[in-house]
Design a protein around this ligand. Structure first.
Ligand code: COA
Length: 327
C-alpha cells in the first residue's frame, strides 16, 4: 500500500482515562470463582481489575475519560465535531454510546457513532477518525475506547471471567496542516478474518437470540493467532515507513495477557523495556486497553514529544490492526 500525503495530519493533542472505583483483586475473585491468584498471575500477568458499579454505564466511563482528555488538550467540548466510541458493551443496542457521550458533553453539532471491533476497537476507531481528519471533513475528534466488559462475562467460566475488567480511555485528535517529519498519526493498518468467529464471540445478540449473551473463547487458539497477527501487522506498518522495530520508542499494545505481550515483543526483537504494560493493574479492558495504557505512559512522562509510538491490538472477529504516531 502506498502512503498518500494528505492536506491535514491528525495529531493527538490530549489523552485521558477513567477506571471505576471498585477494585477486584485475584484473591477476592478466588472467593467466588474456582481459581487462584497464582494461576491467574502465572497464565495472564493479571493481579486486579476494576469493575463498574450497578448503574454505572459505558457512557459514564467514556464521558469521564473524554473530559480528562479535553482538559489535557486545553480544549472546550464544543470544539469537538466528531466522536467515535469503540465499545463492545454499549449502554443500549441503540442509539450509539457515542451519541450519549455527545449529549453528556453538551455538544450538539458534528457526527457521533460507535465502532465495534471488540479488543481492536480503539485502533479501528483511531484509524477511522484519522481518515476523516486527514481529508478535512472534520477538524477535532474525540476517540474513546470504553467498556463495561464484566457485564458480559459468564462467572461460571473460569477460563474467561478472570481475564477481563472495565474502564475507558480517550484521545483528542486535531487536524493540523501536514508538516513532513512533524507530529501526528503517520498511518494505520487494519485487518479482519471472519472465518475465526468461533474462537472468540458472545453467544447472544439482538438478532441472533434477543439476549445480550456471554463471552465464549478458545483461549489457546486465540493466543496463537494473537502473537502471529500482531507481529505481522507491526512489521507491515513499519515496513511501509522503512522503519525497523528498533526505531520505535514505545509499543503500546492491547493489554490482553502478559504472555502475549512478551511473546510478541520477542518475535519482533523489541526490547521489553519499550513495551507499555498495564495488564497487571487493569486486566483486559477490551477497546479501552490501548488508550488506558497510552494515557498511563503519557502521564508518567515516558512518552515525550518526537517519540515514535506504535499502538496495536487484536480481538474477536478476528480483527487486528496498528496505528503509528509521531508524538
Ligand atoms: N483458574 C484455575 N484453573 C483454570 C482457570 C482458572 N481461572 N481457567 C482454566 N483453568 C484450568 C483449565 O480447566 C485446565 O485444567 P485441566 O488441565 O485440568 O483441564 C488448565 O487450567 C489449563 O487450561 P487452558 O485453557 O489450556 O490454559 P492455558 O494455558 O491455555 O491458559 C488462557 C488459558 C486463557 C490464560 C490462555 O489460553 C490465554 O491467555 N489465551 C489468550 C486469551 C486472550 O488474551 N484473549 C483475549 C484476546 S483479545
Amino acid at each position: 500500500m502506498t502512503l498518500v500525503e494528505t492536506p491535514f495530519t491528525a495529531r493527538i493533542v490530549g489523552c485521558g482515562s477513567f477506571l471505576p472505583a471498585r477494585l477486584v483483586t485475584n484473591q477476592e475473585l478466588a472467593q467466588r470463582v474456582d481459581t487462584t491468584d497464582d494461576w491467574i498471575v502465572e497464565r495472564s500477568g493479571i493481579h486486579q481489575r476494576h469493575m463498574a458499579a450497578d448503574g454505572e454505564m459505558t457512557s459514564d466511563l467514556a464521558v469521564a475519560a473524554a473530559r480528562e482528555a479535553l482538559d489535557h488538550a486545553g480544549l472546550a467540548a464544543d470544539e469537538v465535531d466528531l466522536i467515535v466510541v469503540a465499545t463492545t458493551t454499549p449502554d443500549q443496542t441503540f442509539p450509539a454510546t457515542a451519541v450519549r457521550v455527545q449529549a453528556q458533553l453538551g455538544i450538539t453539532h458534528g457526527a457521533a457513532f460507535d465502532v465495534q471491533a471488540v479488543c481492536s476497537g480503539f485502533v479501528y476507531a483511531l484509524a477511522t477518525a484519522d481518515n476523516f481528519l486527514r481529508v478535512g471533513q472534520h477538524r477535532c475528534a474525540l476517540v474513546i475506547g470504553a467498556e463495561t466488559f464484566t457485564r458480559i462475562l459468564d462467572w461460571e467460566d473460569r477460563g474467561t471471567c478472570v481475564l477481563f475488567g472495565d474502564g475507558a480511555g480517550a484521545v483528542v485528535l486535531r487536524a493540523e496542516p501536514t508538516r513532513p517529519g512533524g507530529p501526528g498519526l503517520l498511518s494505520s493498518r487494519l485487518h479482519a478474518d471472519g472465518r475465526h468467529h468461533d474462537l472468540l464471540y458472545v453467544d447472544g445478540g439482538p438478532s441472533a437470540t434477543g439476549t445480550v449473551g456471554h463471552v465464549r473463547m478458545q483461549g489457546r487458539e486465540v493466543f496463537r493467532h494473537a502473537v502471529a497477527n500482531l507481529a505481522s501487522v507491526v512489521t507491515e506498518i513499519l515496513d511501509g515507513h522503512g522503519l525497523a522495530p528498533s526505531d520505535l520508542d514505545w509499543l503500546v499494545p492491547h493489554q490482553a495477557n502478559q504472555r502475549i505481550l512478551s511473546s510478541t515483543a520477542k518475535k519482533l526483537g523489541l526490547a521489553p523495556s519499550k513495551v507499555v504494560i498495564t495488564v497487571g493493574q487493569h486486566a483486559n479492558t477490551s477497546a479501552a486497553s490501548v488508550p488506558l495504557a497510552l494515557d498511563t505512559a503519557v502521564r508518567d512522562g515516558r512518552i515525550q514529544p518526537g517519540h515514535l509510538v506504535l499502538m496495536e491490538a487484536m480481538g474477536g472477529g478476528l480483527t487486528w490492526g496498528a496505528c503509528l504516531a509521531r508524538w
